[in-house]
Every structure is written in structure tokens, then in C-alpha cells.
Design a protein around this ligand. Structure first.
Ligand SMILES: [Zn+2]
Length: 429
């Protein structure tokens, strides 16, 4: 048995916000209640009980990351399932959803099964793979979606690029509606985004870099919402960065469509004005305008945004150490996600702590159509964090194989302190 004592339990599913103890037996939560009650249960059951003192800390349901890249198979120089999930555990995540743009692409059940086998052998946290929408993510014909669902995928996406062909998107959504799988799209109009390496604006002009307008994203969101309306499918916008896109999501929700979205920490922290001629600032979608960031902050606070997703996108150092134009897109994200959320959302007073926890737990769970709560009988997945632990992120000390991040050396207030997956301590600070 494991007992987590004296923590402040915050559970968006039940609305609980109180000092409670949590008792874990095997891989499940056995009980939750006041200390005296849990002591009575422990005495009744007898046997050894290890206690983790969470005094002064928040005890939350296990964090879920809807969007990451673990690079295995095929990109092991940048990350593996082992190193990536170790970084995820250090970031407080108990489950992560790797995108299918591996080599080979996860577009059939045998790739899905091999990812899950590798995860069973080497992962620190749960791995819930996302399958491709189309064969090879080439956007030409359907991937083996039903077979992948049987093998264990939780959603489909051609992430890295959009499903550019509206007719194919309709087929994907029709199919996924009958399978009750969410369709996640990387929304981008290829013609507006062609050759662009950052967001269009004063900074792109000053740096002389090719840039894309916000409409490169929102045009695709508008099309996708209409195809979702046509098919009745569950549609989820990946790494939403633009105000115009969020306005479309708000409107779709008001119409009762099953449309959701996620926002990544770099987009609610930085803007295009922060971009330097340094490839650590190159991501896709690119860092957006100040007005976009304000809209994201509002949506994170008021519920228009469903989840915070890291979009952890590791790249081996050599590949990023080139000119801005030639570098790959992406930043690592697991280990800085919660700290950035606490700094930018909670400590600034913009988002209440319960809502912040929701964005990492019940929010993403709802997108996947699953439950996430702290209750007897539930899987013992818990994230224990501090809102004020002072620390400095050093990319060189990361558990990830990669070092690409614009947040190297940034100091934070608040951090994950322990990550518990299936009753096992996957990380402890
Ligand atoms: Zn993407």
C-alpha cells in the first residue's frame, strides 16, 4: 500500500478541494478521505504502508498530454519511448499521446502494436498512441483506422501537416464517427504556409524571414469545423495558436458541435516579438501575435480551450544547429509545461488553480472520451506538484535526448514533485 498524506487534493471531476489522504493498493486508488478515516482503513487491512508526505503540495489526477512526439520508431537519435516518457514523468505527465509521424508512420496495427510493446518494456508513463488519418500520412487514402483502434490508438491525426483534401477529411471523419474516435488536425493552409518559418509581422520583416499569416491556421480550422458539422465527428484542433481559430472553436461549441482544442505552453508564453534569429524559436504553428496570445489566455481561463498539450518535439542538437530557414520546427515541452502554466496562468492571477488542473486532466480526458478522477477503484495515476518550489530549467539536465528549447535557463516558481503511474512512483523530485 502507498499513502499520500497531508496534500491538498484538487479534483476537477468531483470539485474536491480539501486536505485529504489518498490510499493506493496495487495499481488502483483504494480510498480517499480525511487522515483519520484513511488511518482506520490502513489499520484494518494491516500490512506495510509506505507514506509519501504531500504537505504543502497539490495532489491532482494524473496529467494527460494529448500531443507529443516520442520519435520511436525511426528517430531514436532525437528521442526514444524510454527517454521521452522519462521526461514526461519529470513533467508530471502520467499518460502521453505520441503523434504518428514516426518512421515508419503509425498508420497500421502492426506499428501501433510495436509502439505499445516498446512502451510496455521501457516507458515510465502510459503511452496512448495516435494513429495516422491517411496511409503514410500522405493525404491520399485512408489509413487502417479500425485495425489501429483495435490495437490501441486513442485518436487519429496526420500531425506535422493537415489533411489537405476536404473529401478525404470527410471520409476520415465519417469513419471515425462510427468508431467514436476523435480526429485531431494540424490546421494549416499549405499555400499560405508554403516556405514560411515564422508568423508574419513586424518581427518577420525585421529578421527578413519568410512568414505566414494567422489565416494560414484559421482558414483550415473553418473548413474542418464545417466538415465536422457535415459528419457529426469529434474534431480536435491541435496546438491552436490564433485568435481567429479560437473564435471559430467558440462558435462551433455554441452550436453544439463536438469541437475541442488544445494550446501549447510556448504559445501562451511567447509571441513573435520574442523570436530571435535562433532556431530554438522556430516552431509550427509559429509563435503568434500579442493579440493572439491574449485571446489564448482568455480561452484558457474561460473554458474555450479544452487542454494544455506540450507538443514536445525533440530534435537532436545537430539538426537545430543550422540556419533558421533550414532548422526543423519544434521545441521540447514535457518538463517545462506545468511550470510555464503556473507562471503565465496561475501566478499572474489569470487562471484559478482548479481550472489549471482541469486543463491537464479532465480537459484532455474529455477530448479522449475517458474519465479522470481521484476516487476508489480508479487507476492510481496522480500528479503531485508544488505551486512555489523555486527551480531553474537546464536543458542539459533534461531527461530528453534533445536540448531544443527557448526556455533553457529560465527560473520558475512551481514544479512537479512526484508522478505516480498505476500506483508506482515514476518520478520524485
Ligand atoms: Zn502539428
Amino acid at each position: 500500500m502507498h499513502r499520500i498524506s497531508n496534500g491538498r487534493v484538487l479534483d476537477p471531476a468531483s470539485g474536491a478541494d480539501a486536505q485529504l489522504d489518498v490510499l493506493i493498493e496495487g495499481d488502483c486508488i483504494a480510498a480517499i478521505g480525511p487522515a483519520a478515516e484513511i488511518s482506520r482503513i490502513v489499520a484494518q487491512r494491516g500490512g506495510a504502508c509506505e507514506t509519501l508526505d504531500a504537505r504543502g503540495l497539490i495532489v491532482a489526477p494524473g496529467f494527460i498530454d494529448l500531443h507529443c512526439h516520442l520519435r520511436e520508431p525511426g528517430g531514436e537519435a532525437s528521442e526514444t519511448i524510454e527517454t521521452g516518457t522519462r521526461a514526461a514523468a519529470r513533467g508530471g505527465f502520467t499518460a502521453v499521446c505520441p503523434m504518428p509521424n514516426t518512421r515508419p508512420v503509425n498508420d497500421n496495427a502492426s506499428v501501433t502494436r510495436s509502439i505499445l510493446e516498446r512502451a510496455a518494456a521501457s516507458a515510465s508513463v502510459r503511452v496512448w498512441p495516435v494513429g495516422a488519418c491517411s496511409a503514410g500520412s500522405r493525404g491520399e487514402s485512408l489509413a487502417e483506422i479500425a485495425a489501429m483502434k483495435k490495437a490501441g490508438i486513442v485518436a487519429v491525426s496526420d500531425d506535422g501537416k493537415p489533411v489537405a483534401n476536404a473529401k478525404l477529411l470527410r471520409q476520415v471523419m465519417d469513419y471515425c464517427r462510427s468508431l467514436d474516435l476523435p480526429v485531431i488536425d494540424h490546421c494549416e493552409d499549405a499555400s499560405l504556409a508554403a516556405g514560411a518559418v515564422m508568423r508574419e509581422g513586424v518581427t518577420s520583416v525585421r529578421l527578413g524571414l519568410r512568414a505566414m499569416p494567422a489565416a494560414a491556421e484559421s482558414i483550415c480550422v473553418a473548413r474542418d469545423v464545417q466538415v465536422a458539422a457535415l459528419t457529426g465527428a469529434r474534431f480536435h484542433v491541435a496546438h491552436l495558436s490564433a485568435k481567429a481559430s479560437l473564435d471559430l472553436v467558440r462558435e462551433a461549441k455554441q452550436r453544439g458541435l463536438r469541437v475541442t482544442c488544445e494550446v501549447s505552453p510556448h504559445h501562451f508564453t511567447l509571441t513573435d516579438e520574442d523570436v530571435q534569429y535562433d532556431s530554438q524559436f522556430k516552431m509550427n504553428p509559429p509563435l503568434a501575435s500579442r493579440e493572439d496570445r491574449e485571446a489564448l489566455l482568455a480561452g484558457l481561463a474561460d473554458g474555450a480551450v479544452d487542454a494544455i498539450a506540450s507538443d514536445h518535439a525533440p530534435h537532436e542538437p545537430a539538426s537545430k544547429a543550422v540556419e533558421f530557414d533550414k532548422a526543423p520546427f519544434g521545441t521540447t515541452g514535457f518538463e517545462t509545461a506545468l511550470a510555464l502554466a503556473l507562471s503565465e496562468l496561475y501566478h499572474t492571477g489569470r487562471v484559478k488553480l482548479m481550472r489549471l488542473v482541469e486543463l491537464f486532466t479532465t480537459g484532455p480526458a474529455c477530448v479522449l472520451g475517458i474519465e479522470r478522477k481521484i476516487a476508489a477503484g480508479q487507476p492510481a495515476d496522480l500528479t503531485i506538484f508544488s505551486t512555489d518550489h523555486p527551480w531553474t530549467f537546464r536543458a542539459a539536465d533534461s531527461a530528453s535526448k534533445s536540448r531544443n528549447t527557448p526556455f533553457d535557463g529560465r527560473s520558475f516558481k512551481g514544479a512537479p514533485m512526484a508522478t505516480i503511474v498505476a500506483g508506482r512512483v515514476a518520478f520524485r523530485r
